[in-house]
Design a binder for this molecule. Structure first.
Ligand code: DOR
Ligand code: ZN
Length: 403
């Protein structure tokens, strides 16, 4: 019940596809593209903003982002400060190439992150260990006890970007999970199976049945975050589970459904994994996010990819939401008439699950229009952000980093 099969690679790969494997390392699917249809990506009128008194600004505790991809090198230097200017802390995904599997690698990555954000920015990267079939329980528990690792990340092998070294079968990491349970180290899960007979839109729901449920039975005291949930099944499962299971929800899964990605032409910048689902699921996620239930909290899954690796025959998965993350989330809460619950979702439920102190600093989100750039660039590196070229109704008031 614990296994997921690895997709077999096609035996003949074109040069372009070969490159894509190196860059993203998940099974490519060639598809035609036509991105000539501009227009708002917002998924529709379902959530017309409520006519309750609408404050002109909202002051909340400074939020944290419980799921972030910052990459490395030039990409890291381009993207890191977008996260650091919005969030006090961020859980940093370890899916670099090679992945972050040791205490030493995590320490040095943390240093590179801190060097990449604006000087004097108050920002704490919380590092994670990438689980492999071979990783040692001593290394991850040692890293947790030293305060280097905040959590471990489980990628089923080949499920997404840089996951080829991920876990092929949960049975292989039983010793590690047992140790994590004992020391109280959280497990963060990319909850999708990769079995070739499972439709990509069903992969999360099947993962819950085949992998997550049995794992929770075997490790009842293990703290688990089901990352970036996308389905009503996940909402239901997390709601029904005990206090050791929580979930992050991205801004984009609250705002777009699969029509936004596919109708009128395929929009590669809205392709992410788990892929956006049908409207029913988006609505379930919105209800969960604004419910006030502390099991659901903010995790952007901001996942930048260079423009040429998105706008291509086999594009990488990931939405670069960091530049407008809070603006995008707060729009959902405003539309749902739930601004009074935004602080719990963005700034309180996450730290409580991780047993970390709440941030004392405050930020202000003003109901003031801003124009999102079409592209974020540094030299030849160009990345298209979420909501590129659109105007947003909210703006995070820029805090000058303290000098
Ligand atoms: O869309 C995604 N992008 N989903 C993931 O699981 C990984 C991420 C990435 O690293 O690009
Ligand atoms: Zn992610």
């Amino acid at each position: 019940a614990y296994s997921w099969s690895s997709p077999s690679l096609p035996s003949v790969l074109s040069g372009a596809v070969r490159i894509r494997y190196r860059m993203c390392q998940y099974l490519p699917v060639n598809r035609p593209m036509n991105d000539q249809n501009p227009g708002s990506i917002h998924a529709g009128a379902a959530a017309a903003e409520q006519a309750t008194p609408s404050p002109s600004s909202l002051v909340i505790r400074r939020p944290d982002d419980w799921h972030v991809h910052l990459r490395d090198g030039d990409e890291l230097r381009l993207v890191a400060d977008y996260t650091a200017r919005q969030f006090a802390r961020a859980i940093i995904m370890p899916n670099l190439s090679p992945p972050v599997t040791t205490i030493a690698a995590a320490r040095s990555y943390r240093e590179r992150i801190l060097a990449a954000v604006a000087p004097n920015r108050r920002f704490t990267p919380l590092m994670t260990a990438y689980l492999t079939d071979e990783i040692s329980a001593d290394e991850i528990a040692g890293g947790f006890e030293e305060g280097v690792f905040a959590a471990c990340k489980l990628y089923p092998a080949n499920v997404t970007t840089n996951s080829a070294a991920g876990v092929t079968d949960v049975a292989r990491i039983h010793g590690v999970l047992e140790r994590m349970q004992r020391v109280g180290m959280p497990l963060l899960v990319h909850g999708e199976v990769v079995d070739s007979d499972v439709d990509i839109f069903d992969r999360e729901a099947v993962f819950i049945d085949r992998v997550l449920s049995p794992m929770m039975r075997d490790f009842p005291d293990l703290k688990i975050v089901l990352d970036h949930i996308t389905t009503e099944q996940a909402v239901q499962f997390v709601s029904d589970a005990g206090p050791n299971l929580a979930a992050t929800i991205t801004a984009h899964h609250l705002e777009i459904n699969r029509n936004a990605m596919l109708v009128g032409g395929i929009r590669p910048h809205l392709f992410c994994l788990p892929v956006v689902k049908r409207e029913r699921h988006r609505l379930a996620l919105r209800r969960a996010a604004v419910s006030g239930n502390p099991k659901f909290f903010l995790g952007t899954d901001t996942a930048p990819h260079a423009i040429e690796t998105k706008e291509t025959a086999c594009g990488c998965a990931g939405i670069f939401s960091a530049p407008v993350a809070l603006e995008s989330y707060v729009r959902t809460f405003a539309e749902e008439g739930a601004l009074d619950r935004f602080q719990a979702f963005a700034s309180e439920s996450g730290p409580r699950f991780y047993e970390l102190p709440l941030n004392e600093e405050r930020v202000r989100l003003a109901r003031r229009e801003q124009q999102v750039p079409a592209v974020v660039a540094s030299g030849p590196l160009r990345i298209v952000p979420f909501h590129a070229g659109e105007s947003m109704q909210w703006t995070l008031e820029e805090q000058a980093p303290e000098s």
